[in-house]
Write a protein that binds this ligand. Structure first.
Ligand code: SF4
Length: 403
């Protein structure tokens, strides 16, 4: 029988705790949000800026590509720039094909990184594969860094790829990860320095692969659907796959591999990861805004604008609120479009507003801690409501800070 937590998920699958630059992954620690840059790592300034943006958005670990000499050379400079900006997020180096060479030739890069990601499908073949894999593990041991053994089905171990059927493909992916982890242990890496991932691009495959992995090992598990895609498709597919696994207690750190729109904001992948964990009741990052979807009763855009404004205000104000008001991330807000569900939903929130629907009086009752506190009217409803939210936060969480 599955044991369930108070929030409804299965108990977390027991894994070993891995310290990644001061952030604990696994061992029952809070599920870690991570992300990856898409800048050219050789561009130290651009990469440092993007890492800083991802960290400020809430990414607790950031991975960067280290693919050639220029990139490896830039890593210490990136670290320095981040320190100057006051950003201390752990940085993971993503290596394929030539990681053993780059980490050997650029010891300052090897030192500046907090973890190395190795793809066992991309470290050469046959004898060469073992030599190159061993070399990276030796370097990780020398620099005292943990590793992620990150299998990706697109670059699955060539020797295992000859097996066709789907269930067998799952087995091949799992074996690729576990055999590589065992080899790393034989080479002297302790199990609590190893994180495992086995990414595939289809939801059902991801669930099957990680369920198998969790049943067979105690390594900390990094979850993510690879090549998830753009926009809502990428978010929905990743959320479906990771949500089911997290509900089963599987997963110690998560990443959304979203394809950004041209010129799009990379921090969307951090936002999606935080929202998945928060809406599942696994972690709390920032106040939640419950908003109704709107319908034929909301004929103006006032309702959508207010919901968007409140959400934007929270994201913008959160860094300051978090520093000044401990516990503010647990605040619940409601922005509702009309009288049908508005007062009811608003009463369940810490602060809620029920806007007037079509044909209703042009007034907006505001509910605070379940009671009607005031009624807003006129052209400044949005401004007034945001001021009420600020005031409530100051009174409720500012008092706690003073305790
Ligand atoms: S609360 Fe009102 S406006 Fe919102 S979805 Fe329900 S009926 Fe429509």
């Amino acid at each position: 029988m599955l044991t369930r937590t108070t929030t409804g998920q299965s108990e977390r699958h027991a894994t070993l705790a891995v310290n990644v630059g001061g952030v604990i992954v696994g061992g029952g620690a809070p599920i870690v949000v991570q992300s990856m840059t898409n800048t050219d790592t050789a561009d130290a300034e651009g990469t440092a800026q993007q890492i800083a943006a991802l960290a400020r958005a809430g990414s607790e670990i950031v991975r960067i590509t280290v693919d050639r000499d220029e990139a490896a050379k830039a890593v210490p400079a990136i670290r320095e720039r981040l320190l100057r900006m006051g950003v201390r997020v752990p940085i993971v180096g993503d290596f394929h094909y030539n990681g053993h060479t780059l980490l050997t030739d650029y010891p300052a890069c090897a030192e500046a990184l907090d973890k190395y990601r190795i793809n066992p499908g991309n470290v050469g073949f046959k004898d060469k594969k073992d030599r190159q894999f061993s070399a990276i593990i030796d370097l990780a041991l020398k620099h005292n860094k943990p590793v992620r053994i990150g299998v990706n089905w697109g670059s699955l171990d060539q020797a295992l790829l000859t097996i066709p059927a789907r269930a067998v493909m799952h087995e091949a992916i799992v074996q690729s990860a576990l055999l590589s982890a065992e080899r790393a242990e034989e080479l002297g890496m302790s199990a609590d320095r190893i994180v495992i991932s086995a990414k595939v691009s289809a939801v059902q495959d991801l669930i099957a692969v990680y369920t198998l992995l969790a049943s067979r090992c105690r390594y900390a598990l990094h979850l993510g659907l690879t090549e998830a895609g753009m926009g809502s498709k990428g978010i929905v597919a990743s959320s479906a796959a990771m949500g089911i696994l997290l509900q089963a207690g599987i997963g110690d750190t998560i990443r959304y591999s979203l394809t950004p729109e041209p010129g799009g904001d990379r921090t969307l992948e951090v936002q999606a990861a935080q929202e998945l964990l928060q809406t599942m009741g696994l972690r709390t990052f920032m106040p939640i805004v419950a908003a109704c979807p709107g319908c034929g009763r909301t004929t103006s855009t006032v309702f959508q604008e207010l919901a968007r404004d409140v959400q934007t205000m929270i994201r913008e104000r959160m860094p300051e609120w978090k520093a000044r008001y401990p516990g503010v991330e647990g605040l619940n807000l409601a922005v509702m479009g009309c009288i049908v569900n508005g007062p009811g939903e608003s009463k369940h929130a810490d602060i809620g507003i029920s806007l007037p629907g079509t044909g209703e009086n042009p007034t907006a009752p505001v509910f605070i801690d379940g009671k009607k506190a005031m009624t807003l009217r006129g052209p400044d409803i949005a401004k007034d409501f945001k001021a009420i939210v600020e005031d409530y936060i100051e009174k409720r969480y500012g008092a706690r800070a003073a305790e």
